[in-house]
Design a binder for this molecule. Structure first.
Ligand SMILES: NC(=O)c1ccc[n+]([C@@H]2O[C@H](COP(=O)([O-])OP(=O)(O)OC[C@H]3O[C@@H](n4cnc5c(N)ncnc54)[C@H](O)[C@@H]3O)[C@@H](O)[C@H]2O)c1
Ligand SMILES: O=P(O)(O)OC[C@@H](O)[C@@H](O)[C@H](O)[C@H](O)CO
Length: 467
């Protein structure tokens, strides 16, 4: 069986990536691959990619010189493409390589996809200094041990210290996780880590490191052995590192690149002054709907986004959520209408098996940024929404109702980095749980009655009640 091997010289490493997941390979690495096409080797950008936690893919990609097949699945097309921009692949625990690459003046950009939870923010938005792993990292660093760091913020700060010590010059940090204002989030936690490591480091970061804000989009489910089989049938190549994605891709970036960047804007990315309107549109309409589908859809027995969208009642709930969100978005009405129409088709793409259980993770961090801002804006605009008909916020309250049921055992399994706090909040009767969740999110507790009605509508008898 044929395996992938690099047959042309690899581009020089000029970018480091942290979080070698599927999305990075479908998005940032793919844009970079396309931006490299047709350019002399010395103008191309090669990437060294470090895994975050999982290392499964590291060996598979190393055996293929960093190459992998991206299978682009449209509703009625499947197009395999070999992506060649990743030229070195490392386990996240290889901190020698991490520090060495970040201290290399040829490296100009650090991109990240470490999930929302990976930024380890505390209640004030800065680094959670009480987090056990953060404390362990800070202690390791203080004892002179740079090689056992595990958290993303401390690893990044430590890498920046190595860069400063080497005099390697400026760097752009480009977070690519689904977080509003991800540039500011990344900056806050990295600065928080830097303050703990070395009192002089924050000033150096201020002067030499830019934090770029991005909005990112490309639905990329976790690939399966069946996807590898499809690639083998289509290409004759056996590739254990296959990634599957949809044809659609969007990348909006705002910020400085003091050491330059690939020509991403020539291959579809948008470099702008302000990503907020696009980021909010995507986070509320796409990711908010995904969260609704993950909880309500899995409670209704569906396994994937496409399955859940095929259930007319669930599809109606998605539309109801959009009806709450749309009036508060800044973009023109026609553009938003086209966006939701396209989203409906993307969600229904039968070839993309996007598991609701994968999307359901970390709801305690996602709902506050995807659902609550539009809920609050509607309540402020229209009245208190206490069930007396003043504001129609059912589309948003149903997400809360479904999530509470999910945390109590209904639908997809509960995976949440704040699991102990979540379980504490939802203990007792369903009514007590809903009241505590509303209070925790600083919402009017008079909404509880409607949330309970919607929970009954979504879950029927399904209130699993974990103890
Ligand atoms: N998959 C998508 O459709 C998609 C689309 C847009 C944005 N994103 C963003 O990308 C992120 C990753 O998605 P994915 O599909 O690549 O997931 P994935 O599970 O394939 O990869 C996640 C990566 O993050 C790392 N990671 C996980 N927890 C971490 C932690 N606490 N600290 C450091 N690293 C950690 C993992 O090791 C892995 O490298 C999402 O959380 C989301 O913010 C994903
Ligand atoms: O873990 P999340 O919810 O941030 O990501 C899961 C999906 O909603 C998400 O990956 C979307 O597919 C993506 O944001 C599309 O661009």
């Amino acid at each position: 069986m044929t395996r992938l091997r690099r047959e042309v010289p690899a581009p020089p490493v000029r970018m480091v990536h942290l979080g070698l997941g599927n999305f990075f390979r479908a998005h940032q690495a793919w844009y970079t691959h396309h931006a490299n096409q047709g350019r002399p080797l010395d103008e191309q950008w090669g990437i060294v990619a470090f895994s975050g936690r999982s290392t499964d893919v590291v060996e598979a990609m190393r055996a293929q010189d960093g190459l992998y097949t991206l299978l682009v699945d449209g509703a009625d097309s499947a197009t395999p493409e070999v992506v060649a921009s990743v030229v070195d692949v490392r386990a996240g625990a290889d901190l020698d390589a991490w520090h060495r690459y970040l201290a290399d003046p040829e490296v100009r950009i650090l991109t990240t996809t470490v999930t929302e939870a990976g930024y380890l923010r505390g209640a004030d938005g800065g680094l959670d200094l009480r987090h056990e792993e953060v404390r362990a990292d800070v202690q390791s660093w203080a004892s002179g041990d740079r090689n056992s760091l595990t958290t993303a913020p401390v690893r990044i700060a430590s890498g920046l210290a190595a860069r400063r010590d080497a005099g390697a010059g400026p760097l752009a940090v480009v977070p690519c996780d689904n977080l509003p204002g991800n540039g500011a989030v990344a900056r806050a936690v990295v600065m928080g880590a830097a303050e703990q490591l070395d009192a002089a480091l924050p000033a150096w970061i201020d002067a030499h490191v830019s934090f770029v804000t991005t909005a990112v989009d490309r639905i990329t489910p976790r690939p399966t052995p069946a996807d590898q089989q499809r690639v083998t049938e289509l290409t004759g190549v056996e590739d254990p590192a296959v990634v599957v994605t949809e044809p659609f891709a969007e990348w909006d970036l705002a910020g400085d690149f003091p050491g330059g960047r690939p020509a991403w804007d020539e291959v579809g990315a948008v470099v702008t002054d302000d990503v907020r309107p696009y980021e909010t549109r995507k986070l509320w309409l796409l990711n908010g709907a995904h969260s609704l589908l993950a909880y309500a859809g899995s409670i209704r027995g569906h396994e994937t986004v496409a399955d859940a969208m095929g259930d007319p009642e669930v599809a109606g709930w998605v539309q109801q959520w959009w009806d709450v969100a749309l009036p508060h978005l800044e973009l023109p009405h026609e553009e938003l209408r086209a966006y939701t129409q396209a989203l409906t088709l993307r969600f229904r793409n039968p070839r993309i098996r996007h598991l609701l259980a994968q999307i359901a993770a970390d709801g305690s961090q996602k709902i506050p940024v995807r659902i609550l801002p539009a809920l609050r804006a509607t309540l402020t605009r229209d009245g208190d929404g206490d069930g007396d008909g003043a504001a129609d916020v059912d589309g948003a309250l149903r997400v809360i109702a479904s999530w509470v049921l999910h945390t109590r055992g209904a639908g997809a399994p509960l995976v949440d980095s704040a699991r102990p706090d979540v379980l504490d909040a939802v203990r007792g009767t369903l009514e007590e749980a809903v009241l505590r969740v509303l209070e925790g999110w600083d919402l009017d507790v008079r909404l509880a009655g409607r949330v309970l009605e919607l929970a009954a509508e979504v879950g029927g008898q399904e209130d699993g009640h974990r103890s």
